[in-house]
Design a protein around this ligand. Structure first.
Ligand SMILES: [Zn+2]
Ligand SMILES: [Zn+2]
Length: 145
């Protein structure tokens, strides 16, 4: 299989424990469809169904898929300004540095989710403090005046 950009033959390589195909010339990475999930999972500890939509806003790419040679498409990764080439049938082509950005953005998502969880905890704590028996009886008193 050859690099869709510089036509160099892709080499099998391990990246974060995932077998990917890498271009030794331009450092692009070819990830098969399920492999991008595996990649995200290396920094994403939650259920896959909480990940949300990965592909936004697809448009035409000039590159051909290294697997089926069909025209690839581009998309905005999770609403960010990161544009990635992909073949809907075969996989994702990450140019040099894009794999690091995917991981970095995924970590941001995790951070936001942790913040949400913390916020919820704090709210629950606050509510529990409010809903004490003495508070409830005071509340009743207020309304029965
Ligand atoms: Zn290349
Ligand atoms: Zn393809």
């Amino acid at each position: 299989m050859n690099c869709p950009e510089c036509r160099t033959e892709l080499k099998l390589e391990k990246f974060n424990g995932i077998e990917v195909k890498k271009c030794p010339q331009c450092s692009g990475l070819w990830l098969e469809l399920p492999e991008i999930d595996q990649l995200e999972d290396t920094v994403y500890p939650y259920d896959d169904d909480t990940k949300g939509t990965r592909i936004f806003n697809t448009f035409k790419s000039d590159l051909s898929c290294p697997e089926c040679q069909g025209a690839m498409q581009k998309f905005n990764y999770r609403f960010y300004d990161l544009v990635i080439n992909f073949c809907p049938k075969d996989g994702y082509w990450l140019e040099k540095g894009e794999v690091e950005r995917v991981l970095q953005l995924m970590k941001e998502e995790v951070k936001e989710m942790v913040d949400d969880a913390k916020l919820e905890e704090r709210w629950k704590g606050a509510l529990n403090n409010l809903m004490t028996p003495s508070f409830m009886s005071r509340l009743k008193e207020l309304f029965h005046r």
